[in-house]
Design a protein. Sequence first.
Length: 404
Amino acid sequence: MKISASKKTFSPLRVFILLSLMLMGMYGYGQTKHISRLDGSKITTAQIDTFIKSAMKAAKVQGVNVAILNHNKIAYVQSYGFRNKPINALADTATIVYGASFSKAVFGYLIMKLVDEQVLELDTPLYRYLKQPIASYKYFADLKDDDRWKQITARMCLSHTTGLPNVRYFNPITNAEDSVGVMKIYFTPGSKYAYSGEGFRLLQMVVEEITNMKIHQLAKEKIFEPLNMNRTGYIWYESFGDDNVAVGHLNDGSIDVKRKRKEAVAGGSLVTTIADYAKFIQQVMQRKGLSKKSYDTMLSPQIAIHSITQFPPITFETTTENDAIQLSYGLGWGLINCQPYGKAFFKEGNGGSWRNYNINFQDKGISIILTTNSENGEKIFQPVIEKLLGKTCIPWKWNGYQPY
């Protein structure tokens, strides 16, 4: 008997194939066969795998996570190596890693959401939002004899122009450790660029006071939950579990286990996964969640950068060698104009055994995110990015990155 099309049956094999195709559609970025590079050429995922494994071996990097966006969409997410080499525990795309200063990019985005909501303004001196003078707060009490704190704004905090040090326990001129940790304003706020985690600390204090919420709560409510970033936070959540968490690998063979923070630090306490952070970058590349004005402001130059290197943050020597790429800082992000590929914004995230890098070529719709749990991790950044995306004008010297 002939079966009509409406009553056609399927063999178990055909059902399996159809389900597989459906799953490939659902998780397309994991099945991509090739990636588009900046010049329009292609690289296969097999070539990516081979090169990254080779680079890891040559540079003695224990673990690497990679995400690539094409056309402003997640195209590739993969993990390589170990989340914990001493126990031979492999990493995967849900492995929690320490984001370090990726925290600042997320915080910059959060602040722009609050600007859109008219919670604060970028150019209102921060002390006007507080119940008492900035120098009356214990953490900033050392500023009692320097009233230049009255000049500091949210724009200055996000563009690293406050004059405050990066970390108060390290001299921002010599990078030498300072056990006393005196808080100082080293130059007139707004006059020059100098990377400052303490500026972010100040802005965090202001935001928490005027909203009566902690920033980990604000970020979870306004960013992480809407984007289903379920393994990301400025503090540690018990829901993360202990089974799939990376440790850092130091060159002396020791293991760096990050503590489970109960207090958020806007400039540096973020934990995340490569899959989660790729969702955040996709949101930014697609210019979602903020007004056009806020995106344009966040990713526009606020201050030109003429320092020879980024660290130590306060230097007296200047250079014009990065003027051609228009090296500057926006609000939470570094900026370059990388011809012929156009404008790009970037953020590093480095601390001990945790080395991370992200750059986004918005005119091309192409991004790359690299997170590593190895002290040697940044040694592979330039070779990997140039292999996967092509030659760029990333200011490697200014970043202080030396390839393996």
